[in-house]
Design a protein around this ligand. Structure first.
Ligand SMILES: [Zn+2]
Length: 434
């Protein structure tokens, strides 16, 4: 009966240590902000034209050469690099436990025409930086790690859609900004459009996917906050609205005898704004397009066609807002003697939520490192939302100067980038303890 006693002591001794170790974040372990910025500038040289504009659109010469440069950096960092059939760049680093599913992170290096140097590249360079820091500190994670550089994000999440099996066959014939079709582009970057099925990953194939991106709006900058932990990428719902009144002579029809479709449409625009503002949260709603008929100075508008688009993390909330807009539309119809018809368009994008657990780990990492943070929803799409079909996801935003993106004026300081990158680094390490 003596041996069990030793076991008990051993267990009592070990429990607090292992329990404690899970919570420890080594704040000395940090990314190299100078190296991150140096690589941002180096990558910016690829696809620059004689006017100095960044034209590294997917499949262009600059994109192909930029990818080659990035692959060489990944190989130097010891990653086992391959190109999947869709042309995505995959860099693998083995973990101690090959039975665990990889923790993945990355972004894209293609840009919009005359784009900036930070959108996508920050996430790609940060992913590589995480590997560099682990190498320099001799850290081998339990999980295998994967750096994922998705091709043609700006052309509609092409690479990440291919990875989730969500790239439609007809999309392959669409022309990309480079002039090549997507199909030709995939060949140009070393993929094989006839074997796309081989690039598809299944739900559960990855433990997690993390991305860091510039914010693309001014919330962080104006509030002086270091990073945003993103709660999800909003869903989008669209409607076409037709307002029908009666066209009539603008001179001889008295003001009290008109069925002015534009008056009704104008009231409806204001009603949309009122309803969207009356809900708690960060939802948005806009009327962005309007066509007035017949469209002559001397005719009372008889018909208006307009758009309605609403975005939020909750589709239910979007539909509640729509119900309220419809109620207001009934009042406007009665008041103006017009008819208002709504047509829900078949373009829905469902909201993708970030994993609560990953959000909490990001907050834990940021707190331990003295990095201020808020939670935010993303109004713009990113590769991470596609990856949300496969595994739990996490997304970090850092401030972008003046909220500018898709523009050569994009800028984030090395300190701002490093703070976000440190949150990613330590979130990877926290996830690795699971
Ligand atoms: Zn991007």
């Amino acid at each position: 009966m003596k041996t069990p006693n030793h076991f008990v002591y051993l267990i009592i001794f070990l429990l607090p240590i292992s329990g404690f170790a899970q919570e420890v974040i080594n704040s000395e372990l940090t990314v190299n902000s100078e190296r991150i910025e140096k690589r941002i500038f180096e990558l910016a040289e690829f696809g620059r034209n004689e006017k100095g504009e960044g034209q590294r659109v997917a499949y262009s010469k600059g994109d192909v050469e930029g990818r080659q440069y990035f692959i060489s950096l990944m190989e130097k960092a010891g990653l086992q690099v391959s190109i999947d059939a869709a042309g995505n760049i995959i860099g693998k680093r083995a973990g101690r436990d090959a039975s665990k599913k990889p923790i993945a992170f990355g972004s894209h290096i293609d840009m919009v025409p005359d784009g900036g140097n930070y959108d996508g590249t920050l996430g790609s360079i940060t992913a590589l930086e995480v590997i560099e820091v682990l190498n320099e500190n001799g850290i081998i994670t339990e999980h295998p790690l994967e750096v994922l550089i998705f091709q043609n994000e700006e052309g509609g999440l092409v690479g990440s859609r291919a990875m989730t099996g969500n790239l439609k066959e007809e999309a392959l014939d669409q022309r990309s900004a480079s002039g090549l079709s997507i199909r030709e582009g995939i060949k140009a970057i070393g993929g094989d459009p006839d074997r796309l099925a081989e690039a598809v990953r299944k739900p559960g194939d990855l433990s997690a996917f993390l991305e860091i991106h510039i914010e693309q709006s001014k919330v962080l900058e104006s509030q002086g906050i270091d990073v945003a932990i993103v709660e999800g990428i909003v869903g989008i719902e669209d409607w076409d609205i037709t307002v029908t009144g009666m066209a009539n002579h603008a001179g001889s029809t008295p003001m009290n005898d008109r069925q002015d479709a534009l008056i009704a449409a104008s009231k409806l625009v204001l009603a949309v704004n009122e309803v969207v503002n009356s809900f708690e949260g960060a939802q948005v709603g806009s009327v962005g397009k309007m066509k007035v008929e017949p469209g002559a100075p001397n005719v009372i508008p008889g018909k208006v066609e307009m758009s309605l688009q609403m975005r939020d993390l909750s589709t239910e909330k979007i539909m509640q807002m729509f119900d309220n807009i419809e109620i207001k539309a009934k009042d406007i119809e009665a008041e103006t003697g017009t008819q208002i018809a709504f047509k829900h368009l078949n373009l829905s994008t469902t909201p993708i939520l970030a994993s609560k657990e990953i959000q909490d780990k990001m907050a834990q990492a940021a707190d331990a490192l003295g990095i201020s943070h808020i939670r935010m929803q993303s109004g713009a799409g990113h590769d991470v939302q596609e990856m949300g079909r496969l595994c739990p996801i996490g997304l970090v935003f850092i401030p972008s100067k003046d909220g500018i993106s898709h523009n050569p004026k994009e800028y984030s300081s090395p300190e701002q980038m490093a703070k976000g990158a440190n949150v990613i680094l330590h979130t990877v390490l926290l996830l690795d303890k699971n």
